[in-house]
Design a protein around this ligand. Structure first.
Ligand SMILES: Cc1cc2nc3c(=O)[nH]c(=O)nc-3n(C[C@H](O)[C@H](O)[C@H](O)COP(=O)(O)OP(=O)(O)OC[C@H]3O[C@@H](n4cnc5c(N)ncnc54)[C@H](O)[C@@H]3O)c2cc1C
Length: 394
């Protein structure tokens, strides 16, 4: 069963399927492997994405994978002060609500249409090495072990990535750089399905709780809490249940699905390229550390990885050629990821009263006039003491 391909992509999430598609479009012979028996399930995602990014990753919005559309978001402070933001200002999780399982399968189909071969129920279990360079991966499929020799291996194996670790890239995360997440899909809920809700403060220590609408009476209601702020991961459930119980529109709902997971809220990896290996998406810690949203950066980095891998094959996929991938994703997203990381570092330390004051000051500005300088001016005028919490960042 041993195989020889140009590019082996490990993991068929949004990152891996996009990487496979672009590597195949670039002329490479591509094998995409996925350890699960069905691509896209189980879903571990709030399923929210901004509208503008679809274009950037070359996708046309489609009912095939979008189930609901929202106009914006409500940011809710601990004292109930609410800031309403339109979709363009509401961050990278507001705009469309996906059916993530259908979305992942749609992307896999795109990869197949571009010419990639896909193998499900197939896990990478180790990397193959030759002269200090990765030359493929040992794989397992239904009890059989075989080697896939590849000129480039793209690790798109998600938050728990092993490819990065096997390749010697520094992937460990500090406790404070991980949010534990729990989400229910609730049916029979009541609220405004035109706006996604984000609850800030001690109701979700170091993170936030969300309500992402899938229909007029169905919502993904979830929470992400920073691991450094809780005793154990199971505490996420306590906080989520408490929030639902005190929100009448949600408390009347019935749980039809529960998912638990984790997201990195860290800086991206220092190195995402090793000889013969590229790491992309969650595996490279490209999740937005402020919102926990990772689909867009996953797809974008997957696209860059696929393009660079295909382009590097003919010249022997040298490490230097592969490094173009690192430069490409950094040019597009590193500045924002670092800025959001610094903001997150401040936010996990500020108390409820400070959040109340910031939202009170900002909600008086008027959405159309929102800008960083307007926000600072409003806070300075009303609560100058609050600016101290953001010292250094400004
Ligand atoms: C509760 C929760 C809510 C979230 N909500 C949102 C949201 O609303 N919006 C947003 O943008 N992001 C959200 N995220 C983050 C988002 O889900 C991820 O950023 C996204 O899935 C990253 O895609 P990926 O392809 O890099 O990784 P994944 O989607 O994790 O895909 C990795 C794939 O690799 C496979 N795999 C792993 N190891 C191997 C192996 N050895 N061999 C073969 N296959 C392997 C896995 O089975 C998996 O299919 C959320 C995350 C969580 C946990």
């Amino acid at each position: 069963m041993d195989r020889q391909v140009d590019v082996l992509v490990v993991g068929a999430g949004p990152t891996g399927s996009t990487a496979a598609k672009y590597a195949a479009l670039g002329g490479a012979e591509v094998l995409l492997i996925e350890k699960r028996s069905e691509i896209g399930t189980p879903v571990r995602c709030g399923e929210g994405v901004a509208k503008r990014w679809l274009e950037e990753i070359g996708l046309t919005p489609s009912r095939e994978f979008i189930c609901h559309e929202v106009d914006g978001a409500r940011i809710i402070a601990p004292d109930g002060t609410t800031l309403v933001l339109d979709e363009t200002r509401a961050g990278n999780e507001c705009g469309y609500i996906l059916e993530r399982d259908l979305f992942d399968r749609f992307l896999a189909r795109e990869a197949a249409k571009a010419g990639s071969e896909i193998m499900i129920k197939t896990s990478a279990v180790a990397l193959l090495w030759e002269d200090g360079r990765v030359v493929g991966a040992r794989c397992e499929h239904m009890g059989e072990t075989f080697d896939v020799h590849a000129k480039v291996v793209i690790g798109a194996d998600g938050f728990e990535s092993q490819v990065g670790r096997w390749a010697g890239l520094e992937t460990p995360l500090r406790t404070r750089d991980i949010d534990a997440c729990l989400q229910y899909t609730l049916v029979g809920v009541d609220g405004d399905p035109r706006l996604n809700d984000f609850y800030l403060g001690s109701c979700a220590p170091g993170g936030y709780a969300w309500v992402f609408w899938k229909d007029t009476d169905v919502a993904n209601v979830g929470i992400g809490v920073n691991l450094s702020k809780i005793q154990e991961r199971a505490d996420a459930k306590k906080y989520l249940d408490r929030l639902i119980a005190r929100t009448p529109g949600l408390a009347r709902g019935e749980i039809v699905e529960e998912v638990a997971g984790a997201v990195s809220v860290s800086l991206p990896l220092d190195r995402t390229v090793a000889p013969g290996v590229l790491l992309a998406g969650d595996a490279a810690r490209l999740i937005d550390p402020l919102t926990g949203g990772g689909i867009l950066n996953g797809c974008l980095s997957g696209r860059y990885a696929g393009e660079v891998a295909a382009g590097a094959i003919e010249g022997g996929a040298t490490e230097e050629a592969l490094r173009a991938y690192d430069a490409k994703w950094r040019a597009r997203m590193e500045e924002e990821l670092v800025r959001h990381y610094l903001i997150k570092e401040r936010l996990i330390r500020i108390d409820d009263e400070t959040i109340n004051k910031v939202l009170r000051a900002v909600s008086e500005i008027g959405v159309n006039r929102l800008s960083t300088s307007a926000v600072l001016e409003a806070i300075r005028a009303k609560y100058p003491e609050v600016l101290k919490a953001f010292d250094g960042l400004l």
